[in-house]
Design a protein around this ligand. Structure first.
Ligand code: S3P
Length: 441
């Protein structure tokens, strides 16, 4: 793997062509890393995502008593705690990772002791009241010691009781936090979500034989009380990350003569709404699902061919299943003919950056007219992309990568600053881009 650069110069790219297998799914890697650390014995995980976010999950679980290492073939071995977590020496710093902080808070809420969770500046500015409320209803004490309901978080864990909770926001992280806490509660926890969000936690629980039942948007889980479930170590395999594949899907779809195949990528329908969006935009997408599943997760190959695209409208129930791909829908809006409208996506404002503001600022620098709305944006395309001063990532990995895709369509070189954040989710991004024919220095 080549070194992660601090800034890059992205050159105009021709059609993208070739086959690629992207690294393992970030959301699934986090969940498997945590559950393997709770199990008894050593689990082996194939294709665990070796990115900063997921390594932060492993480090946090190590501070709680697990052991883990990657062997020479890249297989991850996690020696679990058998559910007996130790008191960490100090605060657990999980860097940029919202998934780690919110899911781990659920586990810690059910453990006796006082735990502190913190992260980088971006993470410490993101809303955490959404996990405080349900966890306190279950009986934990959750203090948000940052300004405005934010991390650092101090959790005084202990015996939990099950709750019936209706999620006020469509968030898989909050849902998963409650389900993980529910494992350590007395009684049956129930969670309803306003719209379907990614269901990796439910799928992994089901695969592990944990007593979860899912009916539509409602799930119930029988708790095991303070001792938690008796999980046994096992082998896991993680499919490729659809959200990483998404960069190449959009880059290829918008360029005549591009033809890219992504192999062994996750095809969980709660993640792949971008495929419907691309199809509506007129892209030629072929999906070849594998006959089996990886740990309850469907996967397969996606083939995409480039051509002219038309603007699309995205909103409503598809938003949670597209949430991390919305910066790319904005990119598509600059390349497609007609208006692209993103609505019902106010959650974008509380991601690693305010992705409505940071995308709008970068797109304007490249010549786009963007109408920013509280819950989305409107872009008229195609934009006559112009040479510009440096773009900024705002320390947000998905902004850095989405802008790289758009910069490949500009007539001249484009500088993007502060791109080391890409290693949060996709350390091989630059290598993969080059392997498909992209130009970046
Ligand atoms: C994630 C859920 C989503 C997503 C994030 C990962 C997860 O966040 O944006 O990148 O692993 O559960 P929300 O659940 O807060 O929408």
């Amino acid at each position: 793997m080549s070194q992660i650069p601090q800034s890059v110069m992205v050159g105009p790219s021709g059609p993208l062509r070739g086959e690629i297998e992207v690294a393992g799914d970030k959301s699934i890697s986090h969940r498997i890393g945590m559950l393997a650390a709770l199990a008894k014995g050593t689990s082996t995980i194939r294709h665990f995502l070796q990115s900063e976010d997921c390594v932060n999950t492993l480090r946090a679980m190590e501070a709680l008593g697990a052991r883990s290492y990657f062997d020479e073939e890249g297989l991850l071995h996690v020696q679990g705690t058998g559910g007996k977590l130790i008191q960490p020496a100090g605060a657990l710093n999980v860097g940029n990772s919202g998934t780690t902080i919110r899911l781990l808070a659920g586990i810690l809420a059910g453990q006796p002791g006082v735990f502190e969770l913190t992260g980088d500046e971006s993470l410490c500015s993101r809303p955490m009241a959404r996990i405080k409320d349900p966890l306190e209803k279950m009986g934990a004490k959750v203090e948000l010691t940052g300004e405005r309901g934010t991390a650092p978080i101090k959790i005084t864990g202990g015996p939990l009781k099950a709750i019936e909770y209706v999620l006020p926001v469509a968030s898989a992280q909050v849902k998963s936090c409650i389900l993980l806490a529910g494992l350590f509660a007395e009684g049956t926890t129930s969670v309803s979500e306003p719209m379907p969000t990614r269901d990796h936690t439910e799928r992994i629980f089901t695969m592990l034989g944990l007593p979860i039942s899912v009916i539509g948007d409602h799930m119930t889980l029988q708790g095991f009380g303070p001792k938690g479930p008796s999980l046994k170590a096992r082998d896991f395999s993680v499919p490729g990350d659809f959200s990483s594949a998404a960069f190449w899907l959009v880059a290829a779809a918008a360029r005549e003569d591009s033809c890219v195949t992504i192999r062994n990528v996750g095809l969980n329908p709660r993640r792949t709404a971008l495929l419907d969006v691309l199809t509506r935009a007129g892209a030629r997408v072929d999906v070849h699902p594998a006959a089996d599943a990886e740990n309850g997760e469907p996967y397969g190959d996606i083939e995409i061919k480039g051509g002219p695209l038309r603007g699309v409208e995205v909103g409503g129930v598809e938003i949670p299943n597209l949430i991390d791909e919305l910066p790319l829908v904005a990119v598509l809006g600059c390349l497609a003919h007609g208006e692209t409208i993103i609505k019902d996506a106010a959650e974008l404002r509380v991601k690693e950056s305010d992705r409505i503001a940071t995308m709008a600022a970068n797109l304007r620098l490249m010549g786009a007219e963007v109408e920013e709305r509280p819950d989305g944006m409107i872009i008229s395309g195609p934009v006559a992309l112009r040479p510009t001063g440096a773009l900024r990532s705002y320390g947000d990995h998905r902004i850095a990568m989405a802008m790289t895709v758009l910069a490949g369509f500009a007539p001249d070189k484009t500088m993007i600053n502060n791109v080391a954040c890409v290693s949060t989710s996709y350390p091989a991004f630059w290598d993969d881009y080059r392997s498909l024919g992209g130009h970046v220095q």
